[in-house]
Design a protein around this ligand. Structure first.
Ligand code: FMN
Length: 187
């Protein structure tokens, strides 16, 4: 079992589809004896990366904000789950701000703290043409996490859900999310 799992939820909408799917993943994980840590970005203070390159030059970030705590969770976790609704074929602003701050790990002194970890991507979305609609996102995550040496082991798309909570009508999605949680023990 992946001994420590961090779930980063980048949804802005409280009790929306992402929250519900994340809840199911946690339920499945707990049922299988795992207890993931959940970070909801909307309740965190994370400054925009200003490109000061302090992480490159001094291997530390110039900001003292909630990323310090989140980096500690990342460092301790074997598996990272990024859950975020598809926004304009990409991630939400909340998630993008967070991901920009992972630039900290791009520099060699820090990279060993993240490289070798595994990742799962969870994406609720409205459109049904998943392959076409998700192309940019897939490329984005592959490049970003590839640069950091993080291996994506599963990308799951939950299409045809628009309204808040509409995922509750899709029992197969709820089961799929629960199974992702249960399966964490095999990773
Ligand atoms: C600003 C915005 C942009 C969106 N862009 C897309 C998109 O590009 N493709 C898509 O399939 N759905 C898009 N959606 C729909 C959301 O992905 C969908 O409603 C999702 O279920 C929202 O998850 P949530 O309930 O956790 O907020 C967009 C929604 C918003 C509000």
């Amino acid at each position: 079992m992946a001994e420590s799992v961090l779930i980063v939820n980048g949804a802005s909408r409280i009790n929306g589809n992402t929250d519900i799917l994340v809840g199911k993943i946690i339920e499945g994980a707990k049922g299988a004896g795992s207890n993931p840590t959940l970070v909801e970005l909307r309740s965190k203070h994370i400054s925009n990366c200003i490109g000061c390159y302090s992480c490159r030059d001094e291997s530390k970030c110039s900001f003292q904000d909630d990323m310090t705590e989140i980096r500690n969770f990342i460092n301790k976790s074997e598996l990272l789950i990024f859950a975020c609704p598809l926004y304009w074929c990409g991630v939400t602003g909340l998630m993008k701000t967070f991901l920009d701050r992972l630039f900290f790990y791009y520099h060699l002194q820090n990279r060993e703290l993240i490289t070798g970890k595994k990742a799962i991507i969870i994406t609720p979305m409205n459109q049904k043409n998943v392959d076409d609609e998700s192309k940019i996102l897939v490329e984005f995550y592959n490049r970003l996490l590839g640069c950091l040496g993080v291996k994506i082991i599963n990308m799951s798309f939950f299409s045809d859900i628009m309204e808040k909570g509409s995922v509750l009508k899709k029992l197969e999605y709820l089961k799929q999310a629960y199974a992702i949680g249960t399966n964490l023990k095999n990773l």
